[in-house]
Design a protein around this ligand. Structure first.
Ligand SMILES: [Fe+2]
Length: 204
């Protein structure tokens, strides 16, 4: 296992975050962001171990981006405390940059593809989770893109989720909104079990 790979990131998330919902948020954002890493690797013509190595920082940035939020939720501390700790441990700068850039107020720009992907997936992963949890089955497997689009227009639904970050994130990535919704929904559905979002849907 790589010292700066998924398993280390997950261990850090669990060490810093005791709350189940924030842990699950990190995992959901990770799954979506990683999907963009996999797509970008393919676009660059990478395969096999090279493609995997390319996508791993995407997965890690997702897992780690709110790692310090439970202990240090203030704008002065989040995500700076977490990033300082990760830097001390030797985590790659590309991951740290993306974590800083996901916070609007950090002053760090969203420059790399990873920076953009993390930002684009953060609010959307939360929104898709909310879409699953209002289903009677509480299952992501029963969520459809059309329903997600409808709920984005319903201001009363999951009102804490900033719609403009979802649309702005898609724009930043250069992906049409519908495709962005689809990409993240499919990524979360493919790993629903791991995310605890199978609910009571009948699988198979
Ligand atoms: Fe987040």
């Amino acid at each position: 296992m790589s010292e700066f790979g998924r398993e280390s990131a997950l261990a850090l998330l669990e060490q810093w975050t005791k709350g189940e919902s924030l842990r699950k948020h990190g995992m959901a954002v990770s799954v979506c962001t990683e999907a963009y890493g996999v797509m970008e690797a393919a676009r660059l013509g990478l395969t096999g171990a090279e493609a995997e190595a390319f996508a791993e920082p995407y997965a890690c940035a997702g897992l780690l981006h709110d790692m310090d939020y439970e202990r240090h939720p203030s704008l002065e501390e989040h995500p700076f405390v977490g990033v300082a700790h990760l830097r001390e441990l030797g985590w790659p700068e590309s991951v740290l940059h993306a974590i800083l850039a996901h916070a609007d107020y950090s002053g760090v720009g969203r420059d790399s593809h990873l920076d953009k992907a993390l930002f684009a997936c953060d609010e959307l992963a939360g929104f898709l989770t909310a879409c699953a949890l209002v289903k009677p089955s509480k299952s992501i497997l029963e969520v459809e893109v059309a329903g997600v689009k409808k709920k984005m227009k319903d201001k009363a639904f999951a009102r804490a989720v900033k719609r403009e970050d979802i649309t702005g994130g898609a724009e930043l990535l250069g992906v049409p909104l519908e495709e962005h919704l689809e990409n993240c929904l499919r990524a979360m559905q493919a790993r629903a079990e791991e995310l605890g979002l199978v609910g009571s849907a009948v699988v198979g």
